[in-house]
Structure formats: structure tokens, C-alpha cells
Design a protein around this ligand. Structure first.
Ligand code: GUN
Length: 284
């Protein structure tokens, strides 16, 4: 069975962190200490792990990081007040509110309460709007990571057909926008749970990106030989992380992400890239 080239997000992320380290050194030489904060409400185990990794990356790169933990009982006013304090804090250049929030808190409202100039996530409507308008801004991190991964492996995108599976506001919708921008120039189809004949569609794709979070959603029978296949969605099975991409895809695709890998490390690298863009006054 032919074997596809691995699109390994961890390898690229390690390289990006080296670039970020050099930028931090430049900022510190100018007397600027880059500093971020995370806001975690409740104790969702996956979120605890993700936040822990974000802080570990900051420690590695030399970014100061504040870890704000709020109880699961936090109400709307308390959360918005916490966000307002970070918006007003001159020592913090960027921050994020970890999602998902506990039931009863409005995620869209929390994202919109973040100062768009401090929005490391690139998920504030102003920053999503700038992406839509084709103006420079802070890009959403997972879509930016997927594009970086495809570019790093020289996967052709200009004029190619990309099928994005999943229309979520964090990944699918902004990724479809990013890949169709001038300069990237892909032709993008955004598929979702109501799309009929998904396999018929993906078999026409040069690139498939699955951000659905369903194990084995994309199988070899759905992939045209020579395509690139990126798994963004993840599921936890018996404590192990599993992507949307079935094992047999590696026998058909030319490029594929690892079954037990994710693009999470790239998302985090892009998060810290956004922070340094803010700190350097490039964006925001
Ligand atoms: N939860 C899962 N992914 C993300 C992300 O990219 N940003 C935030 N804030 N929360 C998340």
C-alpha cells in the first residue's frame, strides 16, 4: 500500500516556536515584555489540558502568562467583568477565553466582549470581519495553522478544489474564507451535516479538511488518489485522541495528517504569533 507524506503539525509548530522565540528576544531588547492571559471557567478536563499546553509554550518561548481560573458557577456579570479588567490592563497585550464555556454562559457574547486589539484567538467579530473584508488583522488560529501546514508541505492550493467539512465558527467557516482569499486562491466548498452525498463531493477534492469531530468520517473510499487530507476534528476514544481521518486514507492520499495527531500545536503557535503581532504593534 502506498503511503502518504505525513502532515505533522507538531514538527512545524516546533519550528514556528523557534521563530517566535527570536521575536520575543527582539521585543525584550526594546524593553517590551510580551504578556498574555488565559481565562478558564470551570474544570473541563480537555480545556485544562489545552490551557496547560498554552502556558507551557509561553514558558518555552519567553512570554509572560497569567492563568486566570474562574469557578464553574461564574455568572455572566462576573465573566464580563473579568474580561473588562483584562481589556483595561496595560500589562497584558492579548488574552483568550477558553471554550467551551459552562452551560448558561454565552460564548458569542464573551468573544465579543474581548477588545478586538487584544483578541489573540482572532475570533472577535471585528477580526472575523476583517478576514471577510480582506483586510489585515488577527487571524483565527486553527485556520491559520491549517494553511501554514499545507504551505509548509507545498500542497498546491491555487485553483485547486478544497472541501472543508464542518461549518463551525472556530474552524470551518473562517477556514473556507481564508483558503479562498486572493493569494491563496483555492476554490472552496464548505460541507456540513446537511450536505447530501459527502463522499461524492470529497472524491472531487484536491484537498479535504475535516473539522467535524467524528471518528473515521473520512475514509479511503472518499478520497481521490493524490489528494491532501487534513484532520482537524478530534474525538477521545478510551482516553486516546483520534482524528476524523481513517487509517486507510494513507494508502490513497498523497499527504495526510497522523491519525493520533492534531493541529493543536499549530493552533497554539498561531495564538502566540497573534500575541507577538499585537505586541510589535503590527496588528490590532
Ligand atoms: N477551545 C478549543 N479551541 C479553542 C480555540 O482555538 N480558542 C479558544 N479560546 N478556545 C478553544
Amino acid at each position: 500500500m502506498a503511503s502518504a507524506e505525513r502532515l505533522d503539525g507538531d514538527v512545524l509548530a516546533a519550528r514556528l516556536r523557534q521563530d517566535l522565540k527570536a521575536r520575543v528576544a527582539g521585543l525584550r531588547a526594546r524593553g517590551v515584555v510580551p504578556a498574555m492571559a488565559t481565562v478558564l471557567v470551570g474544570d473541563n478536563p480537555a480545556s485544562l489540558s489545552y490551557v496547560g499546553r498554552k502556558h507551557a509554550d509561553c514558558a518555552e518561548i519567553g512570554i509572560a502568562a497569567r492563568d486566570i481560573r474562574l469557578p464553574a458557577t461564574t455568572d455572566r456579570q462576573e465573566l464580563l467583568a473579568g474580561i473588562a479588567r483584562l481589556n483595561a490592563d496595560p500589562a497584558i497585550q492579548g488574552f483568550l477565553v477558553q471554550l467551551p464555556l459552562p452551560a448558561g454562559l454565552d460564548e458569542a457574547e464573551a468573544l465579543e466582549a474581548v477588545d478586538p486589539g487584544k483578541d489573540m484567538d482572532g475570533l472577535h467579530p471585528v477580526n472575523l470581519g476583517r478576514l471577510l473584508a480582506g483586510r489585515p488583522g488577527l487571524l483565527p488560529c486553527t485556520p491559520a495553522g491549517v494553511l501554514a501546514l499545507l504551505n509548509h508541505h507545498d500542497v498546491p492550493l491555487a485553483g485547486r478544489h478544497v472541501v472543508v467539512i464542518g461549518r463551525g465558527a472556530l474552524v470551518g467557516r473562517p477556514l473556507a474564507m481564508l483558503l479562498s482569499m486572493p493569494g491563496v486562491d483555492a476554490t472552496v466548498t464548505l460541507a456540513h451535516s446537511r450536505t447530501p452525498d459527502l463522499a461524492g463531493l470529497t472524491r472531487q477534492a484536491d484537498v479535504i479538511v475535516s473539522a467535524a469531530g467524528r471518528t473515521d468520517l473520512v475514509t479511503a473510499a472518499m478520497v481521490r488518489p493524490g489528494a491532501a487530507v487534513v484532520g482537524v476534528g478530534i474525538t477521545y476514544l478510551d482516553g486516546q485522541m483520534v482524528s476524523d481521518i481513517a487509517d486507510d486514507v494513507a494508502g490513497v492520499a498523497r499527504w495526510v495528517t497522523p491519525r493520533h495527531g492534531s493541529v493543536g500545536s499549530l493552533t497554539r503557535a498561531m495564538l502566540l504569533k497573534n500575541l507577538l503581532d499585537i505586541a510589535e504593534g503590527v496588528a490590532g
